[in-house]
Ligand binder design. Structure first.
Ligand code: C2E
Ligand code: CA
Ligand code: CA
Ligand code: CA
Length: 277
């Protein structure tokens, strides 16, 4: 038994070593991808129910490595976060989103807005707000055209820092939303004390609406958000039933494969045109 235990330890150690090597390799590839301009942004529509023209798009990172092929954000974002690469990568995302917004606005689509995901490490940089306003100015983009999506992880790490930066962002006109609401452990009352513009309800709720209690929980989240005059987006809407349920629960904005998949920037204007028909 002792011998088997030793072998297990050895096996475990070599598996760990393999994982660490894989991680290091992924980081090297990420760094190269950033240097060579291999990242792209795709845009997924956030649709407002009941009329009002929808023109907000969530920017989502896409990366295809020459050897690994397309790599999922859920795989490379954690690697970028643990290596610190998320800071320059996040800068690139904001830069690219603003460049794209400027292009759309110049082409006559003045109502287009973009929502950008921001990682805790990036948001925690002392110069985050200044860098962001400088980027907006450099591209001549109105702060009102930009929304930031932050997760509760960040707020838990440094509440007063987050509050301070959110206030500054709000003062300059950039909206801040909480992403993946309900996915974490944080009390809603705590989150909703922040200067937020809205919340995105995590797709795990939208996709289990049939389970006992889930509907009531979503209803409570929507009611609370509305009482506080916050916007609400339901994420991950894949079926007409889910869409109907979210509508019934009072959710005003929805996002998901049913309404529109993430698409390259050049597909966005044709997509909007197709909806108007
Ligand atoms: P997220 O912010 O919650 O983004 C929504 C994710 O759900 C996206 O996955 C999107 O493609 C996917 N999705 C949208 N509608 C549906 C649906 O109807 N069904 C299902 N099953 N999925 C749907 P994606 O693009 O793979 O991104 C995964 C996560 O990676 C994002 O989750 C976000 O946390 C992170 N991420 C992506 N881009 C960025 C970025 O630029 N910066 C940072 N920091 N994180 C990013
Ligand atoms: Ca998001
Ligand atoms: Ca989300
Ligand atoms: Ca998510």
């Amino acid at each position: 038994a002792k011998q088997a235990g030793k072998n297990e330890v050895r096996f475990f150690a070599s598996a760990m070593h393999g994982a660490a090597q894989e991680q290091a390799q992924l980081e090297r590839r990420l760094r190269r991808a950033l240097d060579s301009g291999a990242f792209r942004l795709h845009y997924q529509p956030v649709v407002t129910l009941g009329g009002a023209e929808s023109s907000t798009f969530e920017a989502l990172l896409r990366w295809t490595d020459a050897e690994l092929g397309p790599v999922e954000p859920d795989r490379f974002i954690p690697a970028a976060e643990s290596s610190g690469l998320i800071v320059p990568l996040g800068h690139w995302v904001l830069e690219e989103a603003c460049r794209q917004l400027r292009g759309w606005h110049d082409a006559g689509h003045e109502s287009f807005r973009v929502s950008v995901n921001v990682s805790p490490l990036q948001f925690e940089q002392a110069t985050f707000v200044d860098d962001l306003t400088a980027t907006l100015e450099r591209h001549g983009v109105s702060p009102a055209a930009l929304t930031l999506e932050l997760t509760e992880r960040l707020i838990v790490r440094d509440l007063s820092g987050a509050q301070h930066k959110m206030k500054a962002l709000r003062a300059c006109g950039v909206e801040v939303w909480i992403d993946d609401l309900g996915a974490g452990q944080t009390a809603l009352s705590y989150l909703l004390r922040l200067p937020l513009s809205g919340v995105k309800i995590d797709r795990s709720f939208v996709q289990t609406l049939d389970d006992t209690g889930t509907g009531q929980m979503v209803q409570a989240m929507v009611a609370l958000a509305r009482a506080l005059k916050l916007g609400v987006v339901a994420e991950g809407v894949e079926t007409p039933e889910q869409l109907r349920s979210m509508q019934t629960l009072g959710c005003e904005q929805v996002q998901g494969f049913l309404l529109g998949r993430p698409m390259p920037a050049e597909a966005v204007v044709p997509w909007v045109g197709g909806r108007a028909l």
